[in-house]
Design a protein around this ligand. Sequence first.
Ligand code: HPA
Length: 234
Amino acid sequence: MILGSGCGVELDHVHWEFAVSDIPGFVAPSVAGHLGRITAGTFAGREVLLIQGRVHCYEGISMDGVTFQVRLIHELGIRNIIFISAAGAIRATLNAGEMMLVEDHICAQPLTATYRTRSVYDTPWRERVIEVCYGSPVSSGVYVWTIGPSYETPAEIAAFERRGGDAVGMSLVPEAMEASALDMHVLAATVITNGAAGLEGRELKHEDVLRVAGAAHANLTDLLVKAVVQAPQF
Ligand code: HPA
């Protein structure tokens, strides 16, 4: 499980934990809200590895640096990967604190990531999670990836909406594409932290994103439990 901006979860039992900066090759995050911690333990009755510390292209990090953690996880023999990030809502029916599972993405900027040969996001896994989330504030939709670090302009959001985008964010897609290219099962979800630029009539601030992501802790934990329990079995 790789968690982004302001998102946190506690494992049921911790085997070990250390700072990502202790791992050679691991680029430590520089953005507030990313702890830079890697933890192994149990969660919802399964063995999991939790990484709280994502890095982004906008931090000036190469694509190889951004996707390093995915290759590390794959090298450890892990085949199911869950990405969580904060996102702004484009779709009018998405509210702050809700979760949106990613069914597909649109890259707003050219992304020279890994060559894609098939659907990036595992459809059966996502559909099982949606089914067991019936009655919870969880939906699915299309994630628009922007390189950041600026939030979008209202005109960009209007254009993304016309193109079929449901939520917008600056992470997740490069790593999801790398994981998919490594034949891993990918489940990605966003915590909706705000209405996208121009939709709420106020300036977007990273502190507000972190605050709302933190407040959505219970919804996120609930989704992660279901995601882990529904993960493909080998
Ligand atoms: N835009 C881009 N990234 C984000 C947003 C947003 O509105 N909210 C949280 N991450």
